[in-house]
Design a protein around this ligand. Structure first.
Ligand SMILES: [Zn+2]
Length: 210
């Protein structure tokens, strides 16, 4: 399986997404990542289609607590639809905009719009239980063919699930890894990468409501 390991996108973040104190080194910012958004970057300005980022998919596992998961998605959809996530993500420091094919977007606005462009996304949720610090994971594609269909499953460790707000940030982070939502990666940079900063933006938006 060529480059099979590259498809595995593990996420080691703790549940305290937005409160993490570790930041990416400031020595390697991408100038383009800080550039002003281009007004012609994308026609997908403004609210996302239908005002919903994500729903519970039809292949969701039978052991998933749907009330909890829907509660998390309600929180996530609310702060995405309000524009808060867009604002928080684009005003934050994003030092890596890379996705699985390299760097396909040049600005934070473009990254965010790529993230929401395919909404609403049906998330096929899978819960498992494992000791350790891994909150969950997903893949970019469903199979080893790197241009194959996007993954739709998100695996979440029930031992690290935290609150529904924490779960909302986790789901947004994992979704951003999937090819359909941009296929963003954090091979070398964690904090400062698009997936982490999407999760952090969701966390900040929800924190002010707690
Ligand atoms: Zn990740």
């Amino acid at each position: 399986m060529r480059n099979g390991m590259l498809l595995l996108v593990l996420c080691f973040q703790l549940s305290a997404f937005g409160r993490a104190t570790k930041r990416a080194p400031e020595s390697t910012p991408s100038p383009a990542a800080e550039a002003s958004p281009s007004p012609s970057a994308s026609p997908a300005q403004g609210p996302i289609p239908q005002g919903v980022l994500a729903t519970i998919g039809k292949d969701t596992g039978s052991n998933v607590d749907r009330n909890f998961a829907q509660g998390a998605l309600d929180e996530l959809n609310r702060v995405v639809a309000s524009g808060c996530v867009r604002t928080e993500f684009t005003k934050g420091s994003v030092t890596s905009l890379h996705n699985i094919d390299g760097k396909q977007v040049q600005t934070k606005i473009e990254a965010y719009e790529r993230f929401v462009a395919g909404a609403p996304y049906a998330l096929d949720l899978r819960w498992y239980s494992k000791f350790g610090k891994t909150v969950g994971y997903t893949y970019t594609y469903k199979d080893a063919a790197e241009k194959g269909p996007s993954e739709t499953r998100i695996y979440s460790n029930t031992r690290m699930m935290g609150t529904k707000q924490d779960h909302a940030a986790h789901l947004a982070h994992e979704l951003s890894h999937q090819a359909r939502a941009g296929g963003f990666v954090h091979w070398t940079v964690h904090q400062g990468s698009t997936p982490y900063e999407i999760g952090n933006a969701v966390d900040r938006c929800l924190a002010v409501k707690r």
